[in-house]
Write a protein that binds this ligand. Structure first.
Ligand code: NAP
Length: 283
């Protein structure tokens, strides 16, 4: 049976993909850790749309989780025709103060798991000369982001990797889309411990992001930034030098305690400069 496998399908953008594609009669394999949510969503979608919906409750960071998931779909005779690598987490704060294990787990989920699942499922797609892969990146991929440094770097990887394999597979019947949402109303910020979501003007809904992705695919695109204001901001950031962008971002995202400490040390520096300057003009 041909199926669409969606990681991170228990909430947010992944759940919106599941709902939209169920309405288009895709059979689904929904993946995340929260078994209760996945089971309820599968029941609802099967009843409403008369499709097959299967779930796999798994922590994708776990050792060989990708292999277990792959075996599960193989053992059930499922042919993953669409793969949506959407599961992802973020973190925010001064890198030196962030929990190292958490940062490495983020790389494990956002990067390693995405690469592993892509590699496993692309083999059959190649053999069938047919398949669709959507990798969920972010507008954070377009520039280094101080205080979200590891997260932005994982998404830079996702964008680069996705667009490279899109070209490798362009003439082999496989579509690969690098999907870049901007700020979207989901659990993402709360899960990342971000109290004040980084709201650049015009937060989107998950449904808008899914529409953008499907429009991008239909137009034969390999990359899609969701939302016009996100597009403008992302493009503008690529024109400015990185030092200018990182400085502007840092002044917005720097933790309050750190801002205060820097302001104080700034005052000290200014005091010294002023006293030097005053001495010079007097001589
Ligand atoms: N929201 C935004 O502003 C925004 C902007 C740009 C890009 N994105 C990207 O969009 C994607 C989806 O995020 P979202 O905004 O929809 O956030 P979300 O609502 O928090 O969804 C994240 C999904 O990932 C799953 N997940 C987290 N850790 C997992 C793990 N270790 N193993 C398996 N599944 C895991 C979560 O389910 P369980 O907790 O049940 O495991 C959940 O289904 C992410 O890749 C994110 O980077 C989000």
């Amino acid at each position: 049976m041909k199926v669409t496998l969606i990681t991170g399908a228990s909430s947010g953008i992944g759940e919106a993909f599941a709902r939209r594609l169920a309405s288009k009669k895709h059979n689904l394999v929904l993946v995340a850790r929260n078994e209760k949510k996945l089971a309820a969503l599968c029941d609802e979608l099967m009843l409403e749309h008369e499709i097959m919906a299967h779930y796999v409750a798994i922590d994708l960071i776990d050792y060989q989780a990708d292999l277990r998931l792959f075996k599960e779909t193989e053992n059930h005779g499922m042919e993953v025709e669409w793969l949506i690598n959407n599961a992802g987490i973020g973190s925010m704060g001064d890198f030196a103060d962030l929990d190292l294990e958490g940062e490495l787990e983020m790389i494990g989920l956002n990067v390693m798991s995405l690469v592993a699942l892509t590699h496993r499922y692309i083999q059959r797609m190649r053999a069938n000369k047919s398949g669709t892969i959507i990798n969920v990146s972010s507008t954070a991929s377009f520039q280094p982001l101080p205080y979200m440094s590891t997260y932005a770097a994982t998404k830079a990887f996702v964008s680069s990797f996705s667009e490279a394999i899109a070209e490798e597979n362009r003439e082999l019947g496989i579509r690969v889309l690098n999907l870049c949402p901007g700020s979207t109303e989901t659990n993402f910020h709360a899960a990342a411990g971000i109290k004040e979501p980084v709201r650049i003007k015009g937060s989107q809904t998950s449904e808008q992001v899914v529409t953008a992705a499907l429009d991008g695919l239909a137009a034969g695109r390999t990359a899609k930034i969701s939302g016009i204001s996100n597009w403008v901001i992302a493009k503008a950031a690529t024109f400015a030098p990185n030092w200018m962008v990182t400085r502007a971002v840092a002044s917005q995202l720097r933790p309050a305690a750190m801002k205060k400490a820097l302001e104080n040390s700034g005052t000290e520096k200014e005091k010294k400069t002023m006293s030097k300057g005053a001495g010079g003009s007097g001589s």
